[in-house]
Design a binder for this molecule. Sequence first.
Ligand code: CA
Length: 360
Amino acid sequence: MKLRSLLTSAMALTLSAVLASAPALAQDKFTFRLAETWGPNFPIFGDTTKRLAETVEKMSDGRLTIRIDSANKHKAPLGVFDMVKAGQYDMGHSASYYWKGKVPNTLFFTSMPFGMTADEQYAWFYHGGGMELMQEVYEPHNMLSFPGGNTGVQMGGWFRKEINSLEDLQGLKMRIPGFQGEVFAEVGVNPTNIPPGELYTSLERGTIDAVEWVGPALDLRLGFQQIADYYYTGWHEPATELQFLINKRSWEKLPADLQEILRIAMRSAAYDMLIHSVHENSKAWASIREKHPNVQIKNFPEDVLTAMAEANDKLLAEAAAGDPQAKKIIDSQAMYLKNARNYTDISLRAYLNTMAEINE
Ligand code: CA
């Protein structure tokens, strides 16, 4: 009797000691508030955060809930970096290159002109040191950054008149943001950034002559096919990767198993966005082909592409010369691209060339 009661109280003591010392227990519940750059029900991008929230909820048996606020709620589509950094939100879904004005080296983790394809870039992120470099850039801002879904190759834009040479680009007003816009500027284009809601009207009224957005699925919704006949193929964003941002303090509050669930769910949601993009773009392109025979697919002429490539090299060399961290990232991407592309050439490219020959 005495022994049993002693044992029982010893067990109770041990249990209470465990309870007091454990930072988080299996039954503890967590809610992460996520701010996304996109408006409510934004196709593909918005589906990615919804999918993430559902997966995390199920995998954690309800222990981790993600509450999504779209841009209509937080009113700061391009404020996601600051809001997550400050801890106002635990998480964000956006694109790293939007922060280049604040932290220039965030630019490199979305997609670079003449850069890697989605396959090559995911390989760089997860196996080629890309994640470590990205973390180095976000660490001083108390955030973690993870790949957040890929659009695949973006289209080069809608033009109202055909581009036959470099001459045709001189003074052309085009909606093309970011580093890509800087490359266009180097070859004579007048780049502007106009909010999505005003793009159609701006193109229709001639405020701009051309517009770059994403690809068939997202472009079709904005109606450019009704007012522009020339749809150019892309070179500027070959694999646009969105981003999950996480406040470091919020991340550290999670027990290790929930961190791992969130990590795996983000990776799965990102991959899902890539294949969802393929699916939606294929459907949308079929629809444009059928309903808008006015739309012609064009490649930029060789002199334009050569000038773009030279401008891109020049801008990258300037960035590398001005900052050792930028140089490290640029070199890592260039080396990785070289090796990966040698392999892509004898595998995917060879296969697509073979298929093209057969179908000729
Ligand atoms: Ca774009």
